[in-house]
Design a protein around this ligand. Structure first.
Ligand code: ATR
Length: 271
């Protein structure tokens, strides 16, 4: 039996075990997938212990994605650009670090929400770790441009500058967002966690696809987008399942079907 897991703190809420067990059923693969709570100051020790217990792969969630980046011997281009790792695979004693978050979002937008990103104007709100993880995979799809707005303007300017080698990104302050509609609005701030709503201008979401990286049936951002006449509104559950599918493929070389798992979670789990 292959042994996988997710290391985090907290980790109790994680839907990853359920998702990976569903993927495994599709291919008749026997695997275990457990939640591993690590002390915040002992990620390496926790990871090493899990590896010596026979695991050859695991996911990493908050707050350890940067620790995992430093822990890996070798990094994929996505992990390098993100500066963070959410998937580790051990092969021939080499620890490989990958980041599937951004490609997971792109797959959800393209496959499940049937959006094309090419030539689109995309506003991303937030300039923290989540945004860093999604910028390169989105820019690889050749949007017209990414507008990057953040409460602390300096952070969005810095990030825009850093990622401009991959495509057009303009950084500015959240208070400088114009009410002019864009094609896609992505909330990559952590504001939904504490239930606060961002102060955004009216008309921004008119006719747009509005996407919250957080999952949950109705985040404050999603409620606001609905009032602001957004065309399509989505939480980040599809991204969660898509990033898991890419981790599964990284470990086992098989591409699981994601839609049935997204539907199953919506049915079974009170998000
Ligand atoms: P994550 O890894 O989830 O991106 P992070 O790196 O702590 O977390 O970044 C959180 C992001 O959410 C930041 O862009 C933060 O803005 P600041 O850089 O100005 O702190 C943004 N954020 C969090 N709460 C917010 C709020 N209430 N309004 C606006 N932006 C908020």
């Amino acid at each position: 039996m292959r042994k996988f897991g997710v290391i985090g703190n907290p980790v109790d809420h994680s839907l990853s075990p359920m998702i990976h067990h569903e993927f495994a059923k599709e291919f008749d693969i026997e695997l275990s997938y457990e939640k591993i709570l690590s002390p915040v100051d002992a990620f390496n020790l926790t990871a090493e212990k899990f590896m010596s217990s026979g695991s050859s792969g695991f996911n990493i969630t908050l707050p350890f994605k940067i620790n995992a980046y430093n822990f890996a011997d070798d990094l994929t281009d996505e992990a390098k650009a993100a500066g963070a790792v959410n998937t580790i695979k051990i092969d021939n004693n080499i620890i490989f670090g990958e980041n599937t978050d951004g490609k997971g979002l792109v797959n959800d937008l393209e496959r499940n929400l049937e959006q094309t990103l090419r030539d689109k104007e995309i506003l991303i709100i937030g300039a923290g770790g989540a945004t860093r993880g999604i910028l390169k995979p989105i820019l690889d799809k050749n949007p017209e441009k990414i507008l990057l707005a953040n409460r602390t303007k300096e952070k969005s300017l810095r990030l825009a500058n850093e990622f401009s080698e991959y495509g057009k990104v303009c950084g500015f302050g959240i208070d400088q967002i114009k009410s002019k509609p864009v094609n896609i609005v992505i909330n990559a701030t952590s504001s939904s966690i504490d239930g606060t709503m961002l102060n955004l201008p009216k008309g921004l979401c008119e006719g747009a696809l509005c996407y919250d990286l957080m999952y949950g049936s109705e985040t404050p951002f999603m409620k606001w987008a609905l009032k602001d006449s957004a065309l399509i509104i989505s939480d980040g559950l599809g991204m969660l399942v898509e990033q898991a599918a890419l981790s599964f493929e990284f470990w086992l070389g098989k591409k699981p079907s994601t839609r049935p798992v997204i539907n199953l979670i919506r049915e079974r789990v009170d998000l």
